[in-house]
Design a protein around this ligand. Structure first.
Ligand code: ADP
Ligand code: MG
Length: 162
């Protein structure tokens, strides 16, 4: 098993958003991204940068009260990217799900259709408080841990098992 880790220290919320936007560049669909860490550690701030990087229009409100926020993005298919796609489809839909699992458990998330969208090639799933629903998170998920070092400093650790 290959274990990849990468660590960043940011000194502003703008920097944390930038790391989120950088990650957006690397995503190709099907990813499940778990954001762990205490309240105020920067999970939602990071998600805002990630959504912006995915060209989703704001405002990005926290999903705390809705549990799951669903964003849909149509993007054009360039011929070089998808040479074998059907001639008729000029765009493809990508679904982005932002989940706040703080008040729920695995069973609740399954009832909300987690298995129907998470990990599907056209979806990107972002989960805050993933510990609460750890039982149902595939081992292939990307984990990002946030830690407060001081008022403005945050440690961000990315890890993935392959
Ligand atoms: P969480 O979702 O983990 O509870 P939020 O992203 O909602 O955390 O809140 C993080 C808070 O910390 C925000 O008020 C943000 O402005 C502040 N902050 C200060 N420095 C940073 C930093 N380096 N990275 C992210 N947020 C920071
Ligand atoms: Mg949050």
């Amino acid at each position: 098993m290959f274990y990849f880790m990468n660590e960043f220290i940011t000194t502003s919320s703008a920097q944390t958003k930038k790391i989120g936007a950088m990650l957006a560049e690397e995503l190709c669909g099907g990813e499940i991204i778990c954001l762990s860490g205490d309240l105020g550690a920067g999970k939602t701030t990071f998600t805002q940068g990630l959504l912006k990087g995915l060209k989703i229009k704001g405002p990005y409100t926290s999903p705390t009260f809705s549990i799951i926020k669903h964003y849909r993005k149509e993007f054009p298919i360039s011929k070089s990217q998808f040479p074998k796609k059907s001639k008729n489809s000029k765009s493809q839909t990508r679904n982005i799900y932002h989940i706040d699992a703080y008040r729920i458990n695995s069973k609740d998330l399954l009832e909300l259709g987690f298995k129907d969208f998470a990990g599907k090639p056209n979806s990107i799933t972002i989960i805050e408080w993933p510990e609460k629903v750890k039982k149902i998170i595939p081992t292939t998920a990307l984990w990002i841990h946030f830690e407060c070092l001081s008022d403005k400093e945050r440690k961000i650790v990315l890890s993935i098992k392959k």
